[in-house]
Structure formats: structure tokens, C-alpha cells
Design a protein around this ligand. Structure first.
Ligand code: HEC
Length: 200
């Protein structure tokens, strides 16, 4: 009998908690409702969606001049920094802690910074100059590890792999499936330049 005062409040607490949770649970939507509202998508469609909202075109699609200024040239979608473009000289001292972190060419494809110059990769399935010879594994590892093709040199700024690496495996694979489904465009991308090689 002497245990009653201890057990009793505990039982009341349990009951009270159970009662409080009741209305909350009834407000939760059921799993069935959530599943029904998801449209069916193929991996390629999912990949197209992710590439669009992921902003890959910002850096990987050349720009042309439209009525409101530069716009993505979708006839060259995702083919990377145009190889025909000559890099304009970058005055010494412009990239400095109290000046600019980066300057970029008119296509948002060639980026000059303390790392040297990086050129946005050709993401079309062209075998020689794009992702045509890449495996899905190479692509997924590159975006997860920040290493070229998943095993090589570090991928340079401003490629935002450190954000994209949070994508699920299925999403990264879907992005690769979409990129392999678009028209191949031949556009060779040079290796990055070291800081000493920046044209002055
Ligand atoms: C802010 C600009 C920018 C955005 C946005 C961007 N990239 Fe990049 N990306 C680059 C640059 C620059 C490089 C070249 C980096 C280098 O040479 O190290 C690159 C390189 C790559 C590479 C080659 C990696 C390797 O192994 O060498 C892949 C693949 C790639 N990007 C995919 C994507 C995808 C997919 C998206 C969108 C989800 C995307 N990028 C968005 C700038 C960008």
C-alpha cells in the first residue's frame, strides 16, 4: 500500500499524456493521402526537374543576348563554357581580399578567382567532350566527394557540389539519367588554369 502515492501520480501522468496526444494524432494527414498527391515521374523527368531548379543552366549553359539582356541559349543547353570564347585579361590585383573574390565571363562559364580559372563542364552526353563516357558511379561520386570524376583532383569553385551532395542517391542518379538523355553537343572544355596562368 505504501507504493500507491508513487504509482498513482505516474498513472495520472500517463493518462494525461495519452489524452493530450489524441487530438494531435487525428490532425496528421495519413500516408495514403500523401502518396496519392505525388505525380508519377520517370527518373529522366525527375532529373529534368532537379536540373531546372538546381540552377545548373546558370553556369553550364552559354548565354546569348535577348531583349532583356543575357539569357540562356537553350540551343546549346548544358554544353558548358563555349570553347570559341577567348578569356579577356584580368588586371593584376583585381582579385584580392579587399577587392573582388571572383570575376566571370559573359556566359557565367569561366570563373576567375584565387583558385585560378575554372571552366563550367560540358554536361551533355558527347563522348569526347561531355559526360558521354562517364558512368553513373563516376557522376554520383563526383558530386558527393567533390573530386573530379569521383577520384581525381578537387572540383573547383564555384561548382556547388557541397550543396548538391545532399541529394539522395536516387536524385543524383535521376540527374545523370536526364543529362544522358539530352542532345550531345561537341564543346571541349579546357583544364582549369592555375593562378599564375590567369591572362593579364
Ligand atoms: C555557380 C556555377 C555552377 C553551377 C550552378 C553548377 N555548376 Fe557544375 N561546374 C561549375 C564549374 C565552374 C565546373 C568546373 C569545375 C572544375 O573544373 O573543377 C563545374 C563542374 C561540374 C561537373 C564536373 C565535375 C568533375 O568531376 O570534374 C559536373 C558533373 C557538374 N558541374 C554538374 C553540375 C550539375 C548537375 C549542376 C546542377 C545541379 C551544376 N553542375 C551546377 C559551375 C557550376
Amino acid at each position: 500500500m505504501k507504493y500507491c502515492p508513487i504509482i498513482f501520480p505516474a498513472a495520472v501522468l500517463l493518462l494525461a499524456t495519452a489524452c493530450q496526444q489524441q487530438p494531435q494524432q487525428s490532425q496528421q494527414p495519413t500516408t495514403t493521402q500523401l502518396t496519392v498527391s505525388q505525380p508519377a515521374q520517370t527518373p529522366v523527368q525527375r532529373g529534368e526537374y532537379l536540373v531546372t531548379i538546381g540552377g545548373c543552366n546558370d553556369c553550364h549553359t552559354p548565354k546569348k543576348l535577348g531583349p532583356n539582356g543575357p539569357e540562356p541559349d537553350l540551343s546549346k543547353a548544358l554544353s558548358g563554357n563555349p570553347s570559341t570564347e577567348k578569356l579577356a585579361p584580368v588586371p593584376k590585383g583585381l582579385i584580392a581580399p579587399d577587392k573582388y573574390l571572383t570575376v566571370v565571363n559573359n556566359h557565367l562559364g569561366a570563373w576567375v578567382g584565387p583558385w585560378g580559372v575554372s571552366f563550367a563542364m560540358n554536361l551533355t552526353p558527347d563522348k569526347e567532350t561531355g559526360l558521354g563516357s562517364w558512368t553513373e558511379q563516376m557522376f554520383v561520386s563526383a558530386l558527393r566527394t567533390g573530386k573530379h570524376q569521383g577520384t581525381g583532383r578537387p572540383i573547383l569553385p564555384p561548382m556547388p557540389w557541397n550543396w548538391y551532395r545532399n541529394m539522395t542517391d536516387d536524385d543524383l542518379k535521376a540527374v545523370f539519367a536526364y543529362l544522358q538523355s539530352i542532345p550531345p553537343i561537341h564543346n571541349p572544355i579546357p583544364d582549369p588554369l592555375t593562378p599564375e596562368e590567369i591572362p593579364r
